[in-house]
Design a protein around this ligand. Sequence first.
Ligand code: WTA
Length: 653
Amino acid sequence: MSHNPIFPVPSQALTRTRMNSSQYAESYAQSIANPEEFWAAQARELLSWRAPFQNTLDWNFHTATIKWFEGGKLNVSENCIDRHLELRGDKVALIWEGNEPGDTKSLTYRELHRAVCETTTLLRSLGVKKGDRVAIYLPMILEAAVCMLACTRIGAIHTVVFAGFSAEALRDRINDCSCSILITANEGLRGPKTVPLKTTADQAVSECPTVRHVLVVKRTETPCPMQDDRDVWYHESLNSIAGSDNSAAEPMDSEDPLFILYTSGSTGKPKGVLHTTAGYLLYATHTFRYVFDLQEDDVHFCTADIGWITGHSYVLYGPLANGATSLMFESIPTYPDAGRYWDVVERHKATIVYTAPTAIRALAKEGDHFVTRYSRSSVRLLGTVGEPINPDAWLWYHSVVGEGRCPIVDTWWQTETGGVMISPLPGATPTKPGSATRPLVGVQPMIVDEQGQELFGNDVTGRLCIRFPWPGMMRSVYGDHERFRQTYFSTFPGLYFTGDGCRRDEDGYYWITGRVDDVLNVAGHRLGTAEVESAIVRSGAVAEAAVVGVPHDVKGQGIAAFCVLHAEVLPDAGTKMKILATVREVISPIATPDHVWFVAGLPKTRSGKIMRRILRKIGEGEYGAVGDVSTLADPSVVADIVSLVQAARLSKD
Ligand code: WTA
């Protein structure tokens, strides 16, 4: 017997579903018995091909080789736009809600086609060709979507960098994949703040030898410095190419790279996750259709920024490949107040809302009236992504936002997986608050113990792996295939290791328990402890730092930094400010530590390895649970750290 409440599939979700529970059971069984046949049929049904593929799958998880649909040719922008023109030319493809409430625009499929063709011509006039890398550092504006699609039309590889990242972070990403063009805006707007994107981009590009041009979208009237020869205004160059057309879509091979998206790992610098053309597009298309039980009249409101994988797959590619209407939101959930999402929902009649648990927790704290003063009658489905959702937040989302009538899809996936892997289906899966429930059709999860032995049956806890390829999986780390193999396929040879801990309950439902490696999940953003530590050391004040995640009631996880200062540095507020400012500058404000604790030494083994397990327990406030410290080089540091942290917490530091 399960002690978790179970929410049955609501009858309204059953009436016109694409997949009910028996259809799911049947397709799942088929997809596992014969995965290649299953995905080949999906690929033929859901995508439009210039040339058919010959070889459905070629794979080897020991060498980290994955190839889907070889021999096939297709173009992503044709699949997302051109093929809909005949039947859906006048249907709205993208709705844009700007920073100020009610500042909105939209593009029909025909208008989007025109815009993408013009931008394709423009990029080609700047010398962009198939295989080139193009960096995109833009706010959530329609031009961002148009530029991404124009890259895919040319077969250029885009790398979108979240507009909240610092100049250094942008520089490193541009240099890692040698981009020839950077597309940015003069300025961004985020709630009450302006973001000086062009100034940051200038700083970055001054150290990027491969960048030939910076294309600048004029988002506001604020002037910005322009460098002759290098910088071009987007609107001016569109005018100058008016009348010319060089927008033919390039037929791409299935395994040609589509985009690179940088994400944090447990070691070293962020890695460039490489996705390829056919497999990624198929997976985004397929998962969008079934997870959100797509209906022709849907208005899909995914709150993610296009700087993250969720924005790629479920603001842009998944919805457009399906001919759906997708909403792009430029602002933040609390501007001008905590009712903004629901204001957007009411005005645009959104039918699906897809957001992160951190946003739900933040909004729930502000009170129900911010929700209830707007109508949510258009909404039929709610979704979450990015981190485990605590049952309280789930229940609030369900009862207050969804009026108890909308199913919730808690979708587990990763930048690396390209699309959703484990999630309820609205018309098929009874839900339990906090559980991502069951694998999607075609997905073969597996739980193993620390030695890699499979844990069979139900009611088991271990590490989550995937045993068979799926089309949307990443193909490599850009420029470093060995790192790809090492990171995902060497811990448990023969399996893809997700880095997540997981429990399968007595009903076979999956519960993601969080990362088991040194990756933090702060407000749904992935950060590597090593990355934050090296930023802290860059402040010049710190000799050595160790960072761990600590529970945080809104962000899910906060960051605690244990810092050993250089001899002459004072452990005062000024030093703390300096450390925080450095982290913001080196990475981004999203990586700012919540706690900075100045300690005399870090707990290390005799071989010099930092015992993070101990620091994690201290960070969690479980001072008595630090476990065996006898193997430490200097066990006394632990008691010192505990008393220091206790004192700091009492003084609310
Ligand atoms: C976590 C975001 C629990 C997980 C699409 C994963 C989740 C990491 C969920 C990937 C969920 C994502 N429940 N945990 N529904 N969704 N995660 O690459 O730890 O930004 O490994 O991709 O977020 O984060 P990423």
